[in-house]
Design a protein around this ligand. Structure first.
Ligand SMILES: Nc1ncnc2c1ncn2[C@@H]1O[C@H](COP(=O)(O)OP(=O)(O)O)[C@@H](O)[C@H]1O
Ligand SMILES: [Mg+2]
Length: 1080
């Protein structure tokens, strides 16, 4: 079956055990193995009850996304796999819903992930609490206080590139709805020695490097700084650059954060001026100068740096210079001034730098608090987040005053842890009505007492030493310790009278050892007194107070001579003790939530799990004891409802539903399962299980049962699925069948309907036809009756009227009608007669068909009549001309191309006025007959084809040719000798006059002539010949004919010629036998 997506318990899909309380068997090895197994599977969080163990993964895991935040939001603590968000959610919800102030205590050694954890808690709370512009601004300011404090308070150490060098406790305040209102930050003991000296491989506080890398040239110049780490003695050089850390960009982040938190521009400026001054202080160097009293006095080597510091901070240079050379001691009313040697001068310089920086840091915290403090006076709910340094144990007795203080703080935290956890446990038992059995556990109150007891405590004795007049050294302090604490069972020293450690060579003489709850720590006593005193010469604080720089002035209020206080300021130890006491008091009023951070390796590397290192940490964190304490009573507890819900399938009565109170259900369940009675106990709202084994047995049974149930569910599901499928198929089958039946019935019905209609239509047709027949018959009968009746009536009528008619009346009527029609026809014709012009083709339309032939005949007669009428108008002269024209038409129409042109020309005959013209008098005299034609023609020369003009005369009996000029007759041919006239069919005027062979005229040969009036001449020749000889003259029309020339016959041929000579035909002799006439 698929993996369940929704988890309902951290027991689901657990890697190892998610809650160490359930670990079986419980010992150090199994504890570490479980952690390792989970770490290897990226499970960095594990619970001990409600305590979260966090192992630093040293790489980013995808488990802090907004989706994860949503997943853990409003879920029960044990519902999902262990996570820091689960703890944050639990804390936030009980703060909001149950009105319980919360504190989140994060412990672990340096680099274990405390600061990251505190940030995760804050960001989770910020993500789930209320929203809105104002709330968001508060959130933003709270979150942005981190980068500022980290820049000034964190440094790279060998353990952690971003190690917090101060303790931090932050109260976040909420209103009744759970919206953030503001916050208060408390800081504890900044490791200020770092300002002047850093261990090998470590750096000074980040801010120094950030300024030098990130500030603009202009800003650096203003601060009188140079962008070169090596210029400054206070900056450890061997690891000035850290991999993966971009100081320049971090500087911008810090400035931005300062702005968001609410720093004014001039405040930011002042802060950086102080930082610059501290940095430059380290560059001041001293040299010894002998004095008259034989003692060495220190003098500043190079005053340039001093001058710049004084310019930067507004301090009078001479005052500061003097403060580095003299020290004024005031006792009662006296003031004694002593000179400082070089070592003392360096000490004073470093003290000043450390004080400046640490006071600046405290001022920053105060300033941030001012910005983020809640603006209302309403009652607030508080969630405190404590990110404090964990146990610090250096090898080889390198532990000094700082470690002592830190470890003391952790001892106190352990104390409160024990108190609160046990108290909580106890309270829960009482609340649930379970009998409380006493649990043996180690209470470290005794160690706390060793340190903080007001009379015999180590801190008290240190203070006593510091205040004691006379020479005070670290050794005198140790001596005193050895006396007072010798009998204390957690104190060890070789000086001790107790002989136990006299021979313990592992314990040097200058050291003492304390058996902390987390292990033995050996402290080197050197420096304790000094560090506790935290001495700053009064001359220096006064010089600072006099500075013309408001921030520096404010940092050294004790420098004010008006408020001079001869009482010593509280020692560092007592200050710390007091602030820890306040913190503890504060924490005790709150509901604690623990995050215990563990560092898996020393290399800051991912995936490496150093078992020895982890073992060491779980030992001193007392985690195993933690589990034991938790398990001493009952290892596991759970409210009844979820318990019943989880295990109800293990018993028939409770499965699948238990109707009744959950507690009764759980009782039935546990009785049924036969779990021994001493193994569990019924509280008011929870079941308590004593041994983890019992729980695991339950889990195993559940797992087994779940498998069975899965099989069962699968079985039922499969059955159900098959059945539903079967039912569905059955249903489908019914539907299909019904549809099919419907379909086939429809088809059948349609067929029957169709047949019925066909039959019906046949019947109807048959019926209609029968009816029609009957009707037709009836109609015919009626008609026949009518006809018979009509005939009958006719007969009757004719019989009746016969006596009134004559025998041939019909014919008479017919003829009469005909006559009338004819009459009408002719009358109409009279009116419609066309014109008398013979060429008018109009003729009225025929009115009656029977008159067709009459009509045509009438048309013909009319035409003839009007032609006759036309002809009757002619005179004899005209008649002759028309006769001639008619003759010409008969002869040449459609034969000679010249003919149509001649139709319009009137035939004149006598073109030459022979009788009138005196020129032709001789000719007239020679011819006494009537002249029919007198005209000039061209006679073609037979030798060369050239033309010569002749007068052509036709008389009743002869044809004459005469010279045109003289009028002398050249030839005279009687008409009877003319046999033939030849001409072409073309448009020319050539013609040949053939003469009878053997006649007198023929001796010179035929004439070949050309005339402009050929048609007229030929026609007249023909007529005259006909009337004289009663013979028809042969007129030959051909394009090739022979002409007799003397003995020879020459062929005259007409061809289509060019139009070179205009329209005149040309004649050419080609050879002896051929004369060619070219007709255009
Ligand atoms: N939950 C985490 N996920 C990823 N990296 C972490 C986580 N916690 C710590 N680290 C890494 O470890 C380094 C040290 O953590 P930090 O919280 O500064 O330690 P501490 O405050 O305990 O000295 C961080 O700079 C970060 O690189
Ligand atoms: Mg830290």
């Amino acid at each position: 079956m698929a993996k369940m997506e929704v988890k309902t318990s951290l027991l689901d899909d657990m890697i190892g055990v998610g809650d160490m309380v359930l670990l079986e068997p419980l010992n150090e090895d199994s504890f570490i193995n479980n952690l390792k197994k989970r770490f290897d599977h990226n499970e960095v969080y594990t619970y001990i009850g409600s305590v979260v163990i966090s192992i630093n993964p040293y790489r980013s895991l995808p488990i802090y996304t907004p989706e994860k935040v949503e997943e853990y939001r409003n879920r029960n603590f044990y519902e999902l796999s262990p996570h820091i968000f689960a703890l944050s959610d639990e804390a936030y919800r009980s703060l909001r819903d149950q009105d319980k102030d919360q504190c989140i205590l994060i412990t672990g050694e340096s680099g274990a992930g405390k600061t990251e954890a505190s940030k995760l808690v804050m960001s989770y709370v910020a993500a789930v609490c209320g929203k809105g512009a104002e709330v968001n601004q508060v959130k933003e300011q709270l979150l942005q206080s981190n980068p500022v404090l980290e820049a000034f308070g964190n440094a790279k150490t060998v353990r952690n590139d971003n190690s917090s060098r101060f303790g931090k406790y932050m109260d976040i305040e909420f209103d009744f709805k759970g919206d953030p209102l503001g916050g208060v930050i408390s800081n504890y003991l900044l490791e200020k020695s770092r300002v002047v000296k850093q261990p090998r491989g470590e750096r000074n506080f980040h801010i120094f490097y950030q300024i030098l890398s990130g500030a603009s040239e202009e800003f650096l110049c203003k601060l009188k700084l140079e962008r070169d780490f090596s210029r400054y003695n206070y900056l450890g050089l061997d690891s000035a650059r850290v991999n993966g850390v971009d100081d320049a960009s971090n500087f911008r982040t810090v400035r931005n954060a300062m702005q968001i938190v609410g720093f004014m521009d001039h405040e930011t400026q002042s802060v950086f001026e102080v930082v610059a001054a501290v940095l430059k202080l380290g560059n001041i160097e001293f040299k010894p100068e002998s004095r008259s009293n034989g003692l060495d006095e220190s003098k500043i080597k190079d005053k340039n740096e001093l001058k710049e510091i004084c310019e930067l901070t507004g301090i009078d240079q001479s005052v500061l210079e003097r403060a580095f050379s003299f020290r004024t001691v005031e006792a009662k009313q006296e003031k004694v001034s002593t000179t400082l040697n070089v070592a003392q001068a360096y000490y004073a310089r470093d003290a000043l730098a450390k004080n400046l920086y640490s006071r600046l840091f405290s001022w920053l915290v105060t300033r941030i608090n001012e910005s983020i403090k809640a603006q209302t006076k309403v009652r607030k709910k508080v969630m405190g987040v404590l990110d404090i340094y964990g146990f610090e144990i250096f090898e080889n007795a390198d532990n000094s005053f700082e470690q002592f203080i830190i470890n003391y703080c952790n001892e106190k935290l352990q104390q409160i842890f024990i108190e609160l956890t046990l108290k909580e446990e106890q309270e829960e038992y009482i609340r649930e009505g379970i009998e409380w059995t006493h649990i043996e556990y180690f209470n470290n109150a005794i160690i706390c007492d060793l340190i903080e007891n007001n009379q015999t405590g180590i801190l008290a004795m240190l203070d006593e030493e510091c205040l004691r007049p006379g020479t005070v050294t670290d050794d005198t302090f140790l001596e005193k310790l050895n006396q007072v604490c010798a009998t204390h069972q957690h104190f060890e020293s070789r000086m001790s009278k107790c002989s136990r450690f006299l021979n313990d060579t592992s314990l040097p003489h200058s050291c003492f050892r304390i058996q902390h709850y987390a292990g033995k720590v050996m402290y080197q006593v050197e420096g304790f007194v000094d560090k506790n005193n935290d001495l700053l010469y009064r001359d220096l604080s006064q010089a600072m107070w006099k500075a013309n720089h408001s921030l520096i002035k404010a940092l050294f209020p004790e420098g004010n001579p008006a408020k001079i206080n001869l009482k010593r300021p509280p020692t560092a130890g007592s200050q710390f003790k007091a602030s820890v006491a306040t913190l503890m008091k504060n924490l005790q009023t709150k509901n604690p939530n623990y995050i215990r951070c563990i560092k898996p390796n020393d290399k800051k590397a991912a995936h490496i799990f150093n078992e020895a290192l982890v073992c060491h940490q779980i030992r001193y964190l007392g985690l195993l004891e933690n589990v034991r304490v938790r398990r001493a009573g009952y290892a596991f507890r759970q409210p009844y409802e979820p318990c019943l819900e989880r295990y109800k399938m293990l018993c028939k009565q409770t499965w699948p539903h238990w109707r009744g109170p959950a507690r009764a259900g759980v009782e039935v369940l546990f009785n049924e399962l036969g779990i021994p009675e001493e193994e569990f106990s019924f509280g008011r709202s929870k079941i308590f299980i004593r041994n983890p084994r019992t729980l695991f047995k339950l889990e195993d049974l559940r797992k087994q049962r779940l498998e069975d149930l899965a099989t069962l569910i699968e079985k039922i599901y499969r059955g159900w699925k098959c059945r539903t499928r079967f039912l569905l198929m059955k249903k489908c089958q019914v539907v299909i069948a019904s549809w099919y039946r419907r379909y086939s019935q429809q088809k059948k019905y349609q067929k029957i309907k169709g047949s019925a209609i066909t039959v019906q239509s046949y019947i109807r047709g048959w019926k209609a036809r029968k009816l029609l027949r009957e009707l037709k018959h009836l109609k015919r009968c009626n008609e026949a009756a009518t006809v018979i009746a009509a005939y009958w009536h006719g007969t009757q009528v004719r019989r009746e009227y016969r006596k009134f008619f004559r025998a041939n009346a019909g014919r008479k009527i017919y003829e009469f009608t005909l006559q009338r029609l004819m009459q009408k026809y002719f009358l109409e014709m009279k009116n419609k007669m066309p014109s008398l012009s013979p060429i008018d083709k109009n003729w009225p339309a025929r009115p009656y068909l029977f008159l067709d032939s009459t009509h045509k005949e009438l048309k013909r007669i009319f035409h003839l009549w009007r032609c006759k009428k036309y002809r009757d108008q002619f005179t004899d002269q005209q008649k002759l001309i028309y006769e001639e024209k008619l003759e010409a038409s008969e002869l040449f129409k459609d034969k000679k191309a010249l003919y149509p042109a001649s139709v319009g020309q009137p035939f004149q005959g006598a073109y030459l006025e022979i009788s009138e013209n005196p020129k032709y008098k001789k000719l007239k005299d020679a011819v006494d007959e009537k002249i029919i034609i007198a005209e000039v023609v061209n006679k073609i020369n037979r030798a060369n084809g050239k033309a010569a003009s002749r007068i052509f005369l036709l008389t009743k009996n002869n044809v004459l040719l005469a010279d045109q000029k003289s009028g002398t007759i050249k030839s005279e041919v009687p008409l009877g000798d003319v046999t033939k006239v030849s001409m072409s069919s073309q448009n020319d005027g050539f013609f040949a006059v053939h003469l009878k062979e053997g006649s007198e005229a023929a001796s010179k040969g035929d004439f070949l002539l050309s005339s402009d009036h050929l048609i007229e001449m030929a026609t007249k020749l023909y007529r005259t010949t006909l009337s004289q000889t009663k013979q028809k003259l042969n007129i030959e029309i051909s394009d090739e004919f022979l002409v007799q020339f003397k003995q020879d016959k020459v062929c005259v041929k007409f061809i289509q010629g060019s139009q070179k000579n205009g329209n005149i035909p040309t004649c050419k002799r080609k050879n002896n036998r051929l004369l060619e006439v070219a007709v255009p």
